[in-house]
Design a protein around this ligand. Structure first.
Ligand code: NAP
Length: 335
């Protein structure tokens, strides 16, 4: 029995910032599942910065989205039909075909999740890809150790909120976060327990960071790039470590952006600056869940989600996430 499904397609590749014209919301017929496939009714989906890179037609670590086809991304849904042993109607699965009501999912790329253990949203945020990014990027890539002073940018976002709290929980001497509004600064300090936080619009980041960390920083978890990366290098102690997780400040740039002007400081300070991709750290998933799930369950690690209602609001949710008009992880409730 085929179904009709609403889906969000890439209508045109954006030049600079995506607009409403970048997306097309349309109806499509979804075929019966072939052997090895599941028909999944999506309930909740994620919008993420990496989707912006996939809208461009350029070589990257993930292939570009195709114009005229539905976008893709993390989603949690309920199996409606299954051709595969081990999956049955009613199972809840995590998979990569969001941006549509119904998805034909290859069972090998679906993972069963238990909604009685954690809510759907957690599997797309603190216990999902963004949580694992924070865990691997802090503990493995930055080689965090107790006593470090840690600075994280986009700290009130999906990855950042976990980085800061995890560092604090694991014995950081001080955790500093930057974010884009006074409300987010208050959220970091009052709700998430950051020691220091500042709004990067409130003056030169280098000056604000120096005030927050007069004795320097040991770890910078970079989500943003640009001015914040330059300020972190300037403030970094000898043998400091930088995890290059993301550089959202340049994702919509239409011209090449300048490198940090003080890169030469990496030499004298013996700074390690290392890029990371969460997909390289799947081996940490079990340890991550064992370590972090109890902290989420007992409230030691808090997580905030901003949920947009309705698949037709997914483009709006994506743009809000890119602009910073939401707090924590941005999700879209499909059903
Ligand atoms: P997020 O932080 O929840 O959302 C993006 C945030 O970036 C916005 O809310 C906004 O918050 C901030 N932002 C936008 N433009 C900015 C600018 N010009 N300067 C400073 N901040 C800006 O997103 P996320 O999912 O947690 O991802 C955070 C970063 O990690 C992104 O760069 C993403 O690409 C990267 N990432 C990498 C991996 C990996 O495997 N390497 C995996 C996941 C995510 P404000 O209101 O604070 O400005």
């Amino acid at each position: 029995m085929s179904v009709h499904s609403t889906e969000v397609r890439l209508a045109a590749r954006p030049h600079g910032w995506p607009t409403a014209e970048t997306f097309e919301i349309t109806r499509a017929e979804v075929a019966d599942p072939a052997p090895g496939q599941l028909l999944v009714h999506n309930l909740l989906m994620s919008v993420d910065p990496y989707m912006r890179s996939r809208m461009d037609d350029r070589e990257s670590y993930v292939p570009p989205f195709k114009v005229g086809e539905a976008l893709q991304g993390g989603a949690v849904g309920e199996v409606v039909e299954s051709t595969v042993d081990g999956f049955k109607p009613g199972d809840t699965v995590l998979h990569g075909l969001g941006w549509r009501e119904y998805a034909l999912v290859d069972a090998r790329s679906a993972a069963k999740v238990d909604p009685s253990v954690a809510p759907h949203a957690a599997y797309l945020s603190v216990l999902g890809m963004t949580g694992l990014t924070a865990y691997a990027g802090l503990l493995r890539t930055a080689e965090f150790k107790a006593g470090d002073v840690v600075f994280v940018s986009s700290a009130a976002g999906a990855v950042g909120q976990v980085v800061g709290q995890l560092a604090k929980h694991k014995g950081a001497a001080k955790v500093i976060g930057s974010a884009g509004s006074a409300a987010k600064v208050a959220f970091l300090k009052d709700d998430l327990g950051f020691d220091e936080a500042f709004d990067y619009h409130d003056g030169p980041v280098r000056d604000q960071l120096k005030r927050a960390a007069p004795d320097g920083i040991d770890v910078y978890f970079d989500n943003v790039g640009g001015e914040q990366l330059e300020a972190a290098i300037a403030t970094m102690n000898v043998h400091g470590r930088i995890t290059v997780c993301g550089m959202i400040s340049v994702y919509n740039a239409t011209e090449p952006t300048p490198a940090p002007r003080n890169l030469a400081q990496l030499i004298g300070k013996r700074i390690t600056m290392r890029g990371m991709l969460v997909t390289d750290h799947g081996d940490l998933r079990d340890a991550f869940v064992r370590d972090v799930a109890p902290l989420v369950a007992d409230g030691s690690i808090r997580h905030h989600e901003t949920v947009f209602e309705g698949l037709d609001r997914a483009p709006e949710a994506f743009l809000a996430m890119m602009r910073g008009d939401g707090q924590g992880k941005i999700l879209v409730k499909i059903a």
